[in-house]
Design a protein around this ligand. Structure first.
Ligand code: SF4
Length: 127
């Protein structure tokens, strides 16, 4: 699947989105992160039949609380790249109001992200 990157680059580094993460991982995410030298058992756990990121001390294993940065930012999972746009089972594709920048997401960004989320859902349904 083609990678997705925001043109925006003004994250406040609040760390909220990396707190108690349940981010679903695609096979391509896992392979990309493994290619950095991480063992799958270090960062992958099973939840509801899906592979998701592990947490340590309440944060994603890749979150560095000292620097408030992601240790694998350039290779982070597709779902992390899309955030704060998420898929909610009941409400569909939405902007997560938990993010302090939620109100800055444009309609164009939402549209672009929704097309990627559709592909993610299809890929997960096939796996
Ligand atoms: S991979 Fe990086 S961006 Fe994604 S939840 Fe972990 S620390 Fe946050």
């Amino acid at each position: 699947m083609k990678s997705f990157t925001w043109k925006r680059d003004y994250c406040t580094k609040c760390g909220k989105c990396c707190l108690e993460t349940e981010m679903i991982l695609l096979r391509s995410d896992i392979e990309r992160i493994k290619s950095l030298g991480y063992d799958e058992s270090f960062f992958v756990r099973e939840m509801y039949g899906y592979k998701v990121l592990k947490n340590i001390n309440g944060y994603c294993v890749f979150y560095n609380p000292s620097t408030k940065k992601c240790r694998i930012y350039q290779a982070r999972p597709l779902g992390c790249r899309l955030y704060p746009i998420i898929y909610d089972e009941k409400r569909g594709i939405i902007v997560d109001s938990y993010c302090p920048l939620a109100n800055t997401v444009t309609k164009d960004e939402l549209f672009r992200a929704s097309r990627v989320i559709d592909k993610i859902i299809n890929e997960l349904l096939k796996s």
